[in-house]
Ligand binder design. Sequence first.
Ligand SMILES: [Zn+2]
Length: 308
Amino acid sequence: MTAQIEVNTFHFVPTECNLCGETKSKERYTISKFKQGELHYVTCDNCGTAYQNPMPDQASMQAFYHSQNFFNCTSTGDELTGYRDYDAEEATRQANARKRLKEIEALFPKGKKLRLLKVACGYGTLVNLAQTKGHDAQGIDFSETMVEGAKQRYGIDLIHDDFLTHDFGDETFDVILLYGAINNFLRPLDVARRAFSLLNPGGLYVVNHVWLNSFPERLMGQRYWIYRPPILGLFPRQAFIDYHLKQGFALAQAKRDVQYMTFDKFFGYLQFRPLIRLADMLRISRLGFTIPVPGYDRVFLRKPDEST
Ligand SMILES: [Zn+2]
């Protein structure tokens, strides 16, 4: 792990709704517990998205993804900002990768070798698995730490670049996957448009997101784990789908996200320190279970095939 700085302080800039572009909004939450700075969430008057306004600028976000605090808040003793302990959660990601790849394969003709691209692919856990199963899989991540980690762990070469601006030449894909990151993008529809342009007809863009007004979000309010520095926008379920359909996609499925989780990660989400300590004491931190994650949706968007 080559994080250069422990914690970076954000520089904020005014913005508009990152889903629909509306400028009118209402105050939602102001959160002061993070060292990155005071976070202001507002609710869009038009589409209901909750987004940070002012929003951390790109340089702040880039620095954040390189900070120690993003990868591991157990060592810095801070509030959860990115991951509790990114390295220790790799086994969890492997379990999730197996489940998710199977699910994708089931949506294509049996035995089809897929051209697959994973965006914000981290250590390339799923990319590596897909390659071993004979798929033509690639991953792209703008974090050098992740790209180096993938090389060390799996001996695979990821593309070290920004998905929105990377030159893919004339490459196209059957599947583009984005898990656990769309809430961190400045503009989710820029990602959707890029995915659309890179997909083959009939291809799938699969994206999961944490939606607004879910039971845990309403229950916990501003204490909900999702209200943290890198989360730029939270989208209502239906609005998220509707704005993607306007980009030309057809909805293949939308369903609750089922994830394999460790106790450590689960209690970390709940931000409940006594439980985290208890799990450590009982040595069950690394034990896991599979649950539908409340408030998480996975959306499968298909690029229409005009020839059929
Ligand atoms: Zn909006």
